[in-house]
Design a binder for this molecule. Structure first.
Ligand SMILES: Nc1ncnc2c1ncn2[C@@H]1O[C@H](COP(=O)(O)OP(=O)(O)OP(=O)(O)O)[C@@H](O)[C@H]1O
Length: 121
């Protein structure tokens, strides 16, 4: 499967994104949150730098969620039964999503803080 053309590899990656959204409810939740955040940034006229910062933060959450989904799927496939080490693998992967989510919340709060002076005026 090595050395395939760019378009074919792009197709596999696109299929992976679609599968992650189909399989994982939390992916759909995060996807809806990304759309809501985009609308909020548009409505508040966010400067380009904040689009970049918030985009990086929410992108990090989606990437962590997809990695979590991939790891969980692999773990369940390779070891369908219970094992403490599988539990550790899943908990660490879920922890990565939590870390990314906390970062996104901090970035979001920092942006909201920039809006406060305008709201007080
Ligand atoms: N095969 C297993 N062996 C040991 N512990 C497991 C196993 N599967 C799950 N666990 C434990 O149960 C927790 C929840 O597992 P589950 O598969 O429901 O993950 P989840 O984070 O709820 O996944 P999802 O994102 O699909 O909702 C894991 O984080 C882990 O601690």
């Amino acid at each position: 499967m090595k050395g395939q053309g760019f378009l074919r590899r792009f197709g596999y990656a696109r299929a992976g994104i679609v599968t992650a959204f189909r399989r994982e409810r939390s992916m759909r939740t995060h996807g809806a949150a990304v759309i809501a955040v985009g609308i909020f940034l548009s409505l508040t006229g966010a400067p380009a730098l904040w689009w970049a910062l918030v985009g990086l933060a929410v992108g990090l959450v989606l990437v962590a969620e997809m990695a979590n989904t991939a790891i969980e799927t692999l773990a369940d496939h390779l070891h369908p039964g219970q094992h403490p080490e599988i539990g550790v693998v899943k908990d660490v992967a879920a922890g990565a999503v939590l870390v990314a989510s906390v970062v996104a919340v901090i970035v979001g709060l920092a942006y909201l803080a920039t809006l406060l002076p305008a709201m007080r005026a």
